[in-house]
Ligand binder design. Sequence first.
Ligand SMILES: [Zn+2]
Length: 315
Amino acid sequence: MTLSIGIDIGGTKIAGGVVDADGVVLARHRVESPASDAEAIETAVVEIVTRLSADHDVAAVGVGAAGFIDAARSTVLFAPNIAWRNEPLGTDLGGRLGLPVVIENDGNAAAWGEFVYGAGRDLDSDDMLLVSVGTGVGGGIVAGGELRRGAFGVAGEIGHIRMVHQGRLCGCGNRGCWEPYASGSALVRNVREEAAAGSLIARPVLDRAGGDPDAITGPLVTELAAEGDRFAREQLAELGRWLGEGIASLVAVLDPGLVVVGGGVSAAGDLLLDPLRETFSHALTGRGFRPMPDIRGAELGNDAGMIGAADLARR
Ligand SMILES: [Zn+2]
């Protein structure tokens, strides 16, 4: 059976795994990410691959990374968190490893992983949208059974569709993108603001954070919501409504058979997805006169990008 290695370059760690043709991760290795040092990151990837390939006969390596990847899936045109500008990462890694290397945008890799092996694996349709809700809002588009990469390789930046004229500042430098309203960071910021303002309804969350608004995290909000805290539930519901609005716009354009919601915040499950579905069902154009896609939680968790990158490298 052909094996390949998938690498997920994240903000805090670099994770690698040997993946078989069924999407099963046979072996793993991960290291702390060496901050934004491009050279050190490349060396860390080489170390992970060298270690994993010592015990497994692998045919190729797929790397998922945040950023714009060129249409040849080799050069990183731009990365937001690492000093990669027109970086020939695929060529460099291929030369050092002696293996074919495919570079893919992390959201695209995760979408492919979910489409082939996760929430989309039994889908009748060849069209799926992944919306990944974590620190930011990312994702990927599968259309006609292929990743939709666009003319220049940089399609699928769904977190930066424009939602609010002159709205909140986004990490990308624009105002009013979807991301500053619908991300895990938006959730945490809203909860912290309420808590810092002394809002009574935010007291249970603040108490759980030891009285320090800055100690409030997304998982903490989800934990309280799961216990029934009204404020935490309402905050997750509000996030879900923002997501439902944007997904309605994306579905109007793409008409996918399935929308998969992944990323760290999707751990909240139906506390997020029910309000999301409710808003979506009232916002989608032509509702009542058209088939509606299913909206489901992702299934592969943090492994989606690794598994997707490995499969893309094998093909
Ligand atoms: Zn933006």
